[in-house]
Design a binder for this molecule. Structure first.
Ligand SMILES: [Mg+2]
Length: 305
């Protein structure tokens, strides 16, 4: 499989996780029975900002062979649709980028000048890890660059790097490399800059096969604060322990609630790289179609079923 095909595969896993995870928000009484019985909703599942931003990452890989921050900023702005569930800070930022302001004049000044540490850098990154999977140095460098246009805080960079490295390792497992979940997490930790993301990844090493995803979520969060720190460690643990089964990975992730479109996007974008035919056909059919420019015009070999 070519690097861009892997990125597109990851995008499939990410976008289905995003769109399906999003369907489990709302009043508990409206989704809990389906969640407990593992029933998927009827109708078309719209994707959210996670997929919309991942589309720009994939477009950069396709057009530029990697990430250049200026070009990526323009792509984020061009695709920005305010109805896709972006956070408040992202709305402010992307509206300004769309008006033509350079990211360098806006992004570092967000959140009182500390920059954003929202989980947006991680939610969009699994396709990049897939693309550069043979070269972890390239994974880390391009993940670092991918954060720049929107997130100036070091935690957001750490979240992007950690998530991208786990996606690369998941691809390798799908190629037949054997590695225990703990080994994968330790490899991710080795590549993650000093940060709370890294500290909480280290905390997840205390949880192993006998534990539930909910145990990990209680310890390190499941995205309730929509930060990289409280999203990425849980997602990477859950991905590492469910690499063999996309469906199981989805259900265990969404069952922890939290920022569930994003946690399911991250986990889905990673796990599909190891369990490559794991997304049920019905789930792919129900996800809103992705924009045709990615799949039908620029890239002839459409991996959709
Ligand atoms: Mg979202």
């Amino acid at each position: 499989m070519q690097p861009i095909e892997r990125a597109l595969l990851s995008l499939q896993g990410l976008s289905v996780g995003d769109a399906l995870g999003e369907r489990f928000f709302g009043e508990a009484s409206s989704f809990l029975p389906a969640l407990l019985e593992r029933r998927v909703p009827e109708g078309t599942w719209s994707y959210t900002d996670d997929t919309e931003m991942a589309l720009s990452i994939v477009e950069s890989l396709l057009e530029d062979g990697g990430i250049e921050a200026d070009a990526l900023a323009q792509r984020f702005a061009a695709r920005y649709n305010h109805r896709r569930g972006y956070g408040g800070g992202a709305h402010i930022l992307l509206a300004q980028l769309k008006e033509g302001r350079p990211w360098q004049e806006v992004t570092p000044f967000m959140f009182g000048g500390q920059g954003s540490f929202g989980n947006g850098t991680a939610m969009r990154i699994p396709p990049l890890g897939a693309y550069f999977a043979e070269d972890l140095q390239a994974v880390c460098e391009h993940a670092r660059r991918s954060a720049l246009p929107t997130h100036a805080h070091p935690e957001a960079t750490a979240g992007a790097i950690a998530t991208a490295v786990m996606a690369a390792l998941a691809w390798r497992v799908g190629e037949g490399e054997t590695a225990a979940p703990q080994d994968l997490l330790e490899e991710v930790i080795r590549h993650t800059p000093e940060s709370l993301v890294k500290e909480r990844l280290q905390e997840t090493l205390a949880f192993q096969h006998a534990h539930q995803s909910s145990d990990v979520a209680k310890a390190v969060g499941a995205g309730e604060r929509v930060s990289c720190q409280d999203t990425v460690p849980f997602c990477l643990w859950n991905a590492a322990y469910h690499l063999e089964n996309y469906e199981e990975a989805f259900w265990t992730t969404v069952s922890c609630l939290g920022d569930r479109d994003t946690t399911c996007a991250i986990v889905g974008g990673i796990v599909v790289l190891a369990d490559r035919s794991g997304i049920p056909a019905l789930w792919q059919q129900r996800r809103e179609p992705l924009p045709p420019d990615i799949f039908d015009i620029k890239y002839a070999a459409d991996p959709r079923p």
